[in-house]
Each structure stands twice: as C-alpha cells, then as structure tokens.
Design a protein around this ligand. Sequence first.
Ligand code: SAM
Ligand code: SF4
Length: 329
Amino acid sequence: MLLDTYGRTATDLRVSLTDRCNLRCTYCMPEEGLAWLAKPELLTDDEVVRLVRVAVVELGVTEVRFTGGEPLLRPGLVGIVARCAELGPRPQLSLTTNGIGLERVAGQLREAGLDRVNVSLDTVDPEMFHRITRRRRHGDVLRGLAAAREAGLTPVKVNAVLLPGLNEAEAPDLLAWALEHEYELRFIEQMPLDAQHGWQRDRMVTAGDILASLRTRFTLTAEDDGERGAAPAERWLVDGGPARVGVIASVTRPFCRACDRTRLTADGQVRTCLFAREESDLRGALRAGATDAELAARWRAATWGKKAGSGLDEPEFRQPSRPMSAIGG
Ligand code: SAM
Ligand code: SF4
C-alpha cells in the first residue's frame, strides 16, 4: 500500500502520457517558448505499463487516470489502455482530455477498456474558446464530447475553469448547456500552476463566486451532507436532481486531508501532490534494471514523505517549477 505519515492511502494514480498539447490554455501554458521533454526522457509505452502494473499489483492502486499535456497526442494511448485493462485486479481506467481528436478514437478507447472520460471545456462560445485556448478548436471539442457519450464513456464529465475578465460570468450558461447534453459539469478553481506564473489569489473566481452565480438561475441542494470523502468535488443536485453539478475548490476549500492521489509524470517521476516541489525518480531505477519490488519500495518511500497539504495558504508558498502541463493535471 502507498501510505503516508498522515494516515492517508493513495489508491488513485494520475499518469501523464505527454507534456505536449495542441491548445495553449492561458491558465496552463504560455503562448510559446515552453520546452518539451525530449523523446528519450519520456517513458516508453512498455515502461508506462510496467509502472502502472507495479502500482496496481504491488501497491493497491485501484484507479488509473491518463492525462497530460494532451494524452490523445500519445500515439500508443489505445494500446496502453488495453494493456492496463488486462491487469488484475482490474483498475478503473479514465482519461482527462481536451477532447480534440476524441471523435476519432472514443470507440477504440471504449473497446480497449476505458471506463470514463473527463473533457475540459471552459466556454460555450467559440470566440471565448479562442481567447482562452489561443486556438480555434471549439467545434472539435463538441464533436469529441458527443462521440464519448455515444461510445458509452459515461457519465461524460466536463471540467471548466472560470477566469476573471474572460468567462467568469458563464457558469449558468455552461450548466444549462451541460444539462441539455447530459454531461456532468464540474468547475475547478484556477490554481497557481501556469507556466508563466501569472495566477493571483485576489483575482481568481472562487467556488463561492461560482455557486452564487449558478444560484441566480438554478436551485442547488448539497448532495454530500458536507461529507465528500476523498472526492475533491462538492456535488450539488440541480433543481432537485437527478442532474448534478460539482465544484472543485482546490484553493478555497482544499481536500488535502482526504487526498488519495499519487502521480507519475511523463518522464517517470513520482509526485505526491500537484504542488509538490520534490519528485522521486522511477525511470532511472527502472532503466538501471530495478525489479518490481524495488520500484514499489521507491514509490512507497516517496509516498511516506507526502506533505500534509498543498501549502497554498502558507506565506512561504512557492509554485512548483514544472507547470500543470508537465506534471499532469
Ligand atoms: N489536456 C488535458 C485537458 O485539458 O483536459 C489534460 C491535462 S490538463 C492539465 C487537466 C486539467 O487541468 C484540465 O481540466 C484543465 O482545465 C486543468 N487545469 C490546467 N491548468 C489549470 C490551473 N492553473 N488551474 C486549474 N485547473 C487547471
Ligand atoms: Fe493543453 Fe490541457 Fe493545458 Fe489546455 S489545460 S493547455 S488542453 S494541457
């Protein structure tokens, strides 16, 4: 098991498959100038599957989510999913994607064993999409979403980040659109993980702002009685249900005490937290011939050192040196 000194057990693994992306979301990447990892630094497909196997078979991980960068840019994605689906005990397999190209592969991913998908979309307006992502791909995302629903990758979740001065007033429109298309919408508070270090706490749209804005058009009823366990999203029934909306208040109401995450970067580093400043190298050990038991021991040792929280509220907080696209969101 992956235990830490605060009594938490990590069972949910996020695997970044690439640091590259075909969008340039302002809250994640700079317009240009971000250096990519070189190919030899990336884990190969075999190495990814080997480390996922160590996590699942030796360390009790039960959920594996593929992310990035943009995971659909990884040529071997379908094969990686298929091989992870053969592991015993079979983990839950999901994908976080910007949806571009999902139209083409949703069916293959489902057949390979993918259970669910989260598609990131921050706006219903193609022009606003261009301002936020710096690319004109809104239609591709909508088609990707529809294909995911048709392929049975359900419930299809949509992740949205609201940004001051851009889409901050869009929460009710996004929810109306998600209800119409039967997508489960979750808002994520903007975090200080952008490559250009431009995040400002007093300029972010908070969970409180989002809920107030949604309540101008919808009736929201708390679903969880304040008990959300390890689930980061606080969920609300919309107009009495059964439709729901989630809010992930990573900054203003962090869920660190119940965190069950562990992360593997595309270059084979274990991170215990999005905001961690330390990483533990598994790639080096793996390429030096470590056994599964030795890799598991390294992963356990890294987890034992996991900090109590993100440190966001501490005066000495410093943003991690790698941006979200390189860590894996
Ligand atoms: N490219 C894929 C996508 O966009 O879904 C996967 C990687 S992306 C880094 C994963 C998630 O992180 C997305 O939902 C994105 O909106 C979110 N994200 C990126 N930067 C963020 C930030 N600074 N604060 C909050 N969420 C962020
Ligand atoms: Fe790419 Fe996802 Fe980052 Fe947007 S949030 S730039 S889609 S990795």
